[in-house]
Design a protein around this ligand. Structure first.
Ligand code: NAP
Length: 358
């Protein structure tokens, strides 16, 4: 069987150039793309090569080509657009929705709390009932709820109202847990893409360029349409300049324990010290203050999820404790050496114990 990544890589690219980043190398020149998708000879787009009889015919012909081209372009853009249902429209769901909407995708939002105002401001439809949401037949269902609530939320969705080929994507900050959950709970016809955008509303507030996006195509159906839809979803992040990293969910969790759980733990320990800014702040200290801000702006549920649902986190916490103890031992060891010297060395340099007056 051909691996998913090879299959996706070999597919022709279906998207038109994005309005905000028109020179991305992954997008084909428009005429070539249109002619391939709509199966018209490429010469149709090179008007200067065509034999024209008179000025009148030239004008008419140019208009037809223009109409055709603009209609084809519209159709193409329509095809490239995804209907994305975001399940869990909290902090991170809304953050992602802003970029999805800016790229022209249709957003449907569903959440436990009423986020209809936030959805409305993005031009997204907000649903209070999961049946109504699923009856809209989204192309993609994006699971964006807290790690702790993911199983209950997933089980509450009426899968029978969705199209059988629906693509399920999750963005949970741990990866083995949702992968097993989706494989276990979803009907076998649904596609599964596990992802982790390794940035958030704070670190990604000035754009996503260069930020890592991890993904694992866990189960994508054989048809070209399904592979194409999966790639169109991944393209949302590629277009924004994310560093796309294909990685297994297990490997992600091994790495993330250090990269993510450690960062959040240190940020939360520092927060407990209630650090204050001062006129003599050093660069290093400023970094610590920033770390507290970055990590504590996420919910405690998120942090708790990183611990509870990544088996590597417990070991990391133990290593952190050992490292702290070992550092303390080193410091106190040196202090004891100095004290011992003071206690046992005589003033004239001999090592004979000095008699102490009581
Ligand atoms: P979060 O606290 O992890 O999740 C908040 C979301 O979960 C809200 O949509 C909330 O719904 C929903 N939720 C919480 N408890 C629920 C329950 N018992 N029943 C139903 N829904 C419940 O914060 P977040 O930052 O928005 O993260 C969302 C997901 O994105 C998480 O899985 C997280 O790991 C992942 N993620 C976050 C970041 C980040 O930087 N924040 C980055 C990458 C990935 P209501 O708002 O409707 O109450």
């Amino acid at each position: 069987m051909i691996p998913w990544h090879s299959r996706l890589a070999s597919l022709p690219h279906p998207l038109p150039p994005p309005p905000r980043l028109p020179n991305l190398p992954s997008f084909r020149p428009r005429a070539t793309l249109l002619s391939r998708v709509f199966r018209v000879p490429s010469g149709r787009f090179h008007r200067q090569q065509r034999p024209y009889g008179s000025g009148a015919v030239r004008a008419l012909d140019a208009a037809q080509a223009f109409d055709y081209e603009s209609r084809a372009s519209e159709e193409l853009e329509q095809r490239a657009r995804l209907k994305i249902a975001i399940v869990g429209f909290g902090n991170f769901g809304q953050f992602l929705a802003r970029t999805f909407a800016a790229q022209g995708h249709a957003i449907l939002a569903y959440s436990r709390s009423d986020h209809s105002a936030a959805a409305g401001s993005l031009g997204a439809a907000f649903f209070r009932d999961p049946h109504d949401l699923c009856e809209q037949h989204p192309d993609v269902v994006l699971l964006c709820t807290s790690i702790l609530s993911a199983e209950a939320v997933l089980r509450s969705l009426p899968f029978q109202r969705l199209r059988r080929s629906t693509l399920f994507v999750d963005v949970l900050s741990v990866k083995e847990f949702p992968k097993n959950l989706l494989l276990h709970i979803l009907p076998p016809d649904f596609d599964i893409l596990c992802t982790h955008p390794m940035f958030g509303p704070e670190s990604g507030k000035h754009g996503w360029a260069g930020l890592p996006f991890v993904y694992d195509m866990v189960r994508i159906g054989e048809s070209e349409d399904r592979a194409d839809r999966c790639r169109r979803f991944l393209d949302i992040f590629a277009r924004e300049g994310c560093r796309m990293v294909e990685m297994s969910c297990a490997e992600h969790d091994e790495n993330a324990a250090e990269i993510q759980f450690l960062t959040h733990t240190v940020g939360r320990i520092l927060a407990k010290l209630d650090l204050k800014s001062a006129p003599i702040n050093t660069k290093g200290y400023e970094t610590l203050l920033k770390l507290v801000e970055n990590t504590c702006s996420d919910s405690f549920d998120l942090y708790n999820g990183l611990f509870m649902y990544n088996k590597n986190s417990t070991e990391l916490l133990e290593r952190l404790e050992l490292a702290f103890d070992s550092l303390k031992k080193e410091l106190f060891g040196r202090l004891h050496d100095i004290l011992r010297k003071q206690l046992f060395e005589s003033p004239n340099g001999s090592t004979a114990p000095v008699a102490k007056d009581n």
